[in-house]
Design a protein around this ligand. Sequence first.
Ligand SMILES: Nc1ncnc2c1ncn2[C@@H]1O[C@H](COP(=O)(O)OP(=O)(O)OP(=O)(O)O)[C@@H](O)[C@H]1O
Ligand SMILES: [Mg+2]
Length: 310
Amino acid sequence: MIIVENLVKRYGSHRAVDGITFEVAKGELFGLLGPNGAGKTTTIGVLSTLLPADGGRASIGGHDVAGDPGGVRRLIGVVPQEIALYQDLNARDNLLFWGRIHGLGGKALGTRVERLLELVALGEHARQKVETFSGGMKRRLNLAAGLIHNPEVLFLDEPTVGIDAQARTKLLALIGDLAADGLTIIYTTHYLEEAEQLCHRIGVIDQGRMVAVGDKEDLISQIGDEDRVRVQVPSERHRALTSAAETWPGVDSVSERRGKLEIRVADGGAVLPPLQAWLAAEGLDLAQLEVIRPNLETLYLNLTGRGLRE
Ligand SMILES: Nc1ncnc2c1ncn2[C@@H]1O[C@H](COP(=O)(O)OP(=O)(O)OP(=O)(O)O)[C@@H](O)[C@H]1O
Ligand SMILES: [Mg+2]
């Protein structure tokens, strides 16, 4: 449904999107995961025909974004990062407005607006001005506005920023339902948990480049699927623990890391009994023990040398 090849977008000499390539299948929920300034919004801007590309190509449903922007626009809905609603209009009038922009009208538009208000659970607030809405309500109405013309592809640019955990959970469930109904979605976020929970496949974007693409398991296997067990013991015991750990089942390596010993092992749980027995025999306490499973955060750190949350 979406094909992106070597896409480049520059602002002056700065390459905000620096040759990215990925594809999204029909009905897929594709996450574009990256920190502030990674190039997520710029990518969405080019794909939604708002920004001209400086290199590469992209097409949506077979329509080239540069060659046939009208064809692309008919297929896509965009839910922008900045809320795009009229504060002094009520919820229903906002949706009617966006519907008319898309050339809809009459009874069909009225019915569509009521259905969408129900979908985003704002039916009871249809006549309420947007300026009185909570952050979560605005985000839901923003989503409804992007769906008004029944698009086949939806771009969601950080749709959960600024809302509380409960509102976020509801919004994520709604987005999951939309994908289950066959909508193709690109979902940008800098929240790892959201990408992990919600998306079928994830592209990790950093400084305008796609540093990894795949489903969660693919991505994690790129960093190796070993657990790391970290344990703090006095430095004079490091050598003894290293020798002991090397004899335990499944242990691949033992190394020192910031004053702690790090045991790389196929299954962290399996070394806990011998480790605890060793600590007890040495008369050491068990408090400083940590099992780290590979996750997207470690992948991101490995790929970029930085944490996603920085
Ligand atoms: N209109 C613009 N003019 C100049 N530089 C820009 C413009 N818009 C974005 N940039 C720069 O391009 C880079 C990518 O920005 P972009 O907004 O695409 O990132 P993002 O991944 O969406 O970040 P965020 O998570 O903060 O929304 C950044 O370095 C940004 O400063
Ligand atoms: Mg952005």
